[in-house]
Design a protein around this ligand. Structure first.
Ligand code: SAM
Length: 230
């Protein structure tokens, strides 16, 4: 039996590519986005009361990793990319029906637009549903997960002076916390776990309309080299 689901909106996000997006929401509070709702959900009635809520669940499609063949096991990056576990024991992007869920901070709500932060969502992500976060029901103090028992370890993020100056200029132009976003996302150590990054290896990613480039001075110390128009 198949069912047809239609997006109720799309995410406009600071993240223009999958690389260097935090693995879960709220790991980078400076990651900002906006859900643009589609008719008829762009009317004020659909969000009446949402102003009473601090966080929302965004149920969405991993639209860039949809696949037809069922995948029973996955290799999550946090296990080094070489240990496989069952897809239902993971929050992997390759999963049945490609459905994701993220609890994000609701910054502001107006008819047709929800401003959110602490996101882990790629620009253009189709949104299937939005629900208010219910602390007494959604956070289980006694819960445990031995596979993902803590937030990923963070690395130190330093700057070459010229890169920091350019980042501050672009932050002002964009009116967005770009410096914090870069520091919070790179602190998540976004390189593939199996890679031993030599200093000459340059990494890059696009946030908003700027290209950010960095390298590793050591395994636990990133240096941002360049922030330039993409
Ligand atoms: N919090 C969600 C969940 O648990 O279902 C997502 C977790 S998943 C590990 C987070 C990753 O999904 C991000 O690091 C990013 O690389 C990827 N991602 C975000 N939006 C996506 C999209 N629209 N299509 C495919 N991958 C996406």
């Amino acid at each position: 039996m198949s069912y047809t689901l239609s997006p109720i909106g799309y995410v406009r996000s600071c993240f223009k590519e999958k690389f260097a997006i935090p693995r879960q929401p709220l790991l980078a509070p400076a990651a900002q986005g906006c859900i643009e709702l589609l008719p008829p959900y762009d009317q004020a009635d659909a969000i009446a009361g949402l102003e009473e809520v601090s966080h929302i669940w965004v149920i969405f499609l991993f639209h860039k990793t949809l696949e037809n063949t069922p995948r029973l096991k996955v290799r999550p990056p946090r296990l080094g990319g070489n240990k496989s576990i069952g897809v239902f024991a993971s929050r992997a992007t390759h999963r049945p029906n490609g459905i994701g869920q993220s609890a994000v901070r609701l910054e502001r709500a107006e008819a047709g637009r929800l401003w959110i932060s602490g996101i882990d969502l790629l620009d253009g992500t189709p949104v299937l549903d939005i629900k208010p976060y219910v602390p007494y029901a959604d956070s289980v103090p006694t819960a445990h997960n031995a596979i993902a028992d803590s937030a990923p370890t963070r690395v130190q993020v330093g700057w070459q002076m010229i890169a920091l100056q350019h980042a501050e200029q672009h932050a002002q132009r964009l009116e967005q916390p770009l410096v914090d976003l870069i520091e919070q996302c790179l602190a998540q150590d976004p390189r593939p776990a199996y890679q031993q990054p030599a200093p000459e290896r340059i990494y890059g990613v696009r946030f908003y309309d700027v290209q950010v480039r960095w390298h590793y001075l050591t395994l636990t110390h990133i240096e941002v080299l360049e922030v330039s128009p993409a």
